[in-house]
Design a protein around this ligand. Sequence first.
Ligand code: NAI
Ligand code: X2X
Ligand code: MG
Ligand code: MG
Length: 335
Amino acid sequence: MINIAKIYTDKDASLDALKGKKIAVLGYGNQGRAWALNMKDSGLNIVVGLERQGKSWEKATKDGFKPVKTEDAVKDADVIIFLIPDMVQRTVWLEKVRPNMKKGADLVFAHGFNIHFKMIEPPTDSDVYMVAPKGPGDTVREYYVAGGGVPVLVATYQDVSGKALEKALAIAKGIGATRSGALVSSFKEETETDLVGEQTILVGGIMELMKSAFETLVEMGYQPEVAYFETINEVKMIVDIIHSKGLSGMLRAVSDTAKYGGITVGKKVINEDVRKRIREAAERVRSGEFAAEWVEEYNKGMPVVINGLKENDNSLEQKVADELRELIERGKPKK
Ligand SMILES: NC(=O)C1=CN([C@@H]2O[C@H](COP(=O)(O)OP(=O)(O)OC[C@H]3O[C@@H](n4cnc5c(N)ncnc54)[C@H](O)[C@@H]3O)[C@@H](O)[C@H]2O)C=CC1
Ligand SMILES: CC(=O)[C@](C)(O)C(=O)O
Ligand SMILES: [Mg+2]
Ligand SMILES: [Mg+2]
């Protein structure tokens, strides 16, 4: 038997702990926009804080907010939520938040990176907690609007008031997550598993596996469009079945031929070597080696990230994706 984790849903969570409090959402990007809109629609009191006027400022204004500068947003905020990129959080904390925040205001994160790797050292009189969506920001908004929610991990790092978990759950409810479920984790567990997940499967693994299969088929002379349908486009449909029915459900939904081929060949492609390398990646995350390397890359102006984006922009996969987009969109179920 596995241990069943404690999961909080709507009936266990209340907005009361945050009702009427001033909540500063710093950042209006992937997660910031979704959280600010969802929490506002849930009846919470939100102010959006941004570095300066620009794209995010315009977007927030268009969505009905009156954004203010970070230092003004945090001034009388009871709760300060960091939804700006992980690599800018330390500087914004040191220069804008710490000097201007109300004594004892709550510090909230959507990912534990800066706390876990000690890039932000919070004052001892603040509650520090986390609500980490296990999904992209656009999905957090999309599911909420449609009456659902993306699950989250909640965790407390400092619980001065004794109410940190209650407040984390209030935010989880505010963004719609407890319609699904909030699972109690820790800053360490969330940070490490999130990094390992995005490196080895969600972002890195799936991308490289798709590229390997696509490019191999093209090299062997098959049409790029046919290779794209098979190795990239259909992944969504298979993953959708896994998402609702699990791996067994997926196996039952494909042909016996696919079951046999998948069960036998899958293990040869994704073999013990791959497991060993996933373990290595996880150890590098755990030891802090990855975090140090990423800080260095960020400080150099992200040359590797920029180059990786450029390579993908110019790839055959992307050209075919652009070519087939209209066809693919045309076929999607109409809402
Ligand atoms: N992208 C996602 O869907 C997920 C993100 N997270 C976490 O959420 C947090 C935010 O990530 P994203 O939403 O991807 O961020 P993002 O990259 O979309 O954030 C952009 C926003 O930050 C603002 N910003 C950038 N530099 C700034 C600065 N120096 N001062 C003030 N504002 C600045 C931009 O104006 C923009 O509004 C991170 O901790 C991330 O790990 C957690 C789960 C999923
Ligand atoms: C979307 C998400 O959860 C990620 C992949 O962990 C992230 O964007 O950092
Ligand atoms: Mg994640
Ligand atoms: Mg992440």
